[in-house]
Ligand binder design. Structure first.
Ligand SMILES: C[S@@+](CC[C@H](N)C(=O)[O-])C[C@H]1O[C@@H](n2cnc3c(N)ncnc32)[C@H](O)[C@@H]1O
Length: 425
């Protein structure tokens, strides 16, 4: 039994123990015992009324459950979670992809034996058994008996191309940068990196290229990156949904020949297609801009006929003048303030006063109680792009420096999705 009353959070050893004994006691006791009772109560209360389809409801319960794990686990167990379980799960998932394991497990609800699975994927049962056992301890698959497993929702998703490519993208253009971050920062002197051609990414991937140049040279990874973006956004609140941003005001007074929305760096058109689907009667043209490579790909897709793909470098003069809205989704955060200012100024020059808006769909980092996906993304940006997720004050400063002003920041759930609505200053 842990003697909670005797835990010294102030870091002072008890009179009867030396420093080593103190560290050993702390390392084997719950990390934040004082939080446990209220978190258990919170989970009980939330659990009674949770509507699993409601994003806010479900994530509130997930966050409380995660906080309980962090408080309840000992530092020794946390070390194992950080250093062992995440890395080994990641490896087992990639092995599972290579073997086609998840597609086989996902075929139906029926539990499958290790021998049956090993035969189906062409692997040694003794080897596969170890992989399956770890995947089940980490909730990726479900153990139903000795050497017998069945699928979960996670298993099914791991047989979907968008999800498979998300892991591949992380391996091929994100994670090595993150792993290289401590060494990079040690050398760089612990300041925020600001040069996307000289950051942890180059160290991690042994290249001189900026991540976007790297993707251009590696089309397979570029395609994985695009699928990663598509998977990441699944189920997240969208500004196009009723109750988030005021879309009816945006589309009011837009003529059929006006350009309603220009999606800059819009990738393969996930967003602009979603907009068309959700607002089928919205008037005006929809323009999708990206690099020549992405535009060639999106032209091959079955985009809605009202969507016009167009090659455009967002650092250069914007050819579409006086559109109702110029839209950037997870684009500005890819760039340093200097580059982002250049992009925003190019738009400011094309805007029609009193009519045009800039809509920036990025994250706004909150002062307290930030969301873990936002802080993880912030550090990915630091490692691989030498950029940052911005706070509200940083967004105001950046937008103002480009001759624009923020009219309103539309936020949901701790700023994990924000729409920053800007006008000419
Ligand atoms: C992080 S992705 C965001 C894609 C999309 N907006 C989304 O949220 O799914 C950044 C996009 O910017 C595009 N991009 C990079 N440099 C560009 C440039 N100079 N001009 C136009 N697009 C560019 C990339 O090709 C990529 O599609």
């Amino acid at each position: 039994m842990v003697d909670v009353a005797n835990l010294t959070l102030s870091g002072i050893a008890r009179a009867d123990e030396d420093q080593e004994a103190f560290f050993a006691r702390v390392a084997t006791s719950p990390s934040a015992p004082e939080l446990i009772p209220s978190l258990v109560n919170q989970i009980t209360t939330l659990g009674k009324s949770v509507i699993l389809q409601d994003y806010n409801d479900r994530t509130a319960l997930v966050e409380a459950a995660q906080s309980l794990i962090y408080a309840l686990q000992t530092p020794r167990e946390s070390m194992n979670r950080h250093c062992w379980s995440h890395a080994t799960t990641y490896a087992c998932v990639e092995i599972g992809f290579d073997l086609g394991l998840f597609a086989i497990l996902s075929k139906d609800e029926k539990p499958k034996s290790t021998t049956e699975l090993a035969k189906a994927v062409g692997a040694d049962p003794a080897f596969l058994g170890r992989i399956l056992k770890h995947l089940s301890t980490m909730g990726v698959i479900l153990q139903t008996g000795p050497d017998e497993y069945r699928r979960t929702g996670t298993t099914i998703s791991l047989s979907w191309k968008l999800c498979i490519d998300s892991y591949a993208c992380a391996t091929n253009c994100l994670t090595a940068g993150v792993v290289a971050l401590p060494a990079y920062l040690k050398k760089a002197g612990y300041v925020n990196p600001s040069n996307g051609k000289d950051c942890a990414f180059q160290r991690g991937y042994q290249t001189d290229l900026h991540i976007f140049e790297y993707l251009k040279e590696n089309p397979v990874v570029a395609s994985q990156f695009n699928n990663h973006m598509a998977f990441y956004r699944q189920g997240r609140p969208s500004w196009m949904d009723v109750g988030f941003y005021d879309v009816p005001s945006l589309i009011a007074n837009v003529g059929q020949d006006d350009v309603l929305l220009v999606d800059l760096g819009g990738g393969l058109g996930h967003d602009i297609s979603e907009f068309r689907r959700k607002w089928p009667d919205a008037p005006g043209r929809l323009v999708l801009q990206d690099t020549p490579e992405l535009t060639a790909q999106s032209k091959k897709k079955q985009l809605h006929p009202s969507i016009e793909p167009m090659v455009h470098d967002f650092f250069t003069e914007q050819p579409i003048k006086g559109a109702r809205a110029y839209y950037f989704h997870t684009v500005i955060h890819d760039w340093s303030d200097d580059n982002a200012r250049k992009m925003l100024k190019a738009i400011a020059d094309a805007m029609k006063p009193g009519f045009s808006k800039v809509l920036i769909n990025d994250q706004v980092v909150t002062a307290t109680d930030a969301y873990w996906e936002t802080t993880s993304m912030d550090l990915l940006m630091m490692a691989d792009f030498a950029t940052t997720e911005r706070t509200e004050a940083e967004w105001h400063r950046l937008v103002k420096s480009a001759g624009l002003k923020i009219k309103k920041i539309w936020n949901v759930h701790k700023g994990i999705e924000s729409l920053i609505e800007c006008e000419l200053a």
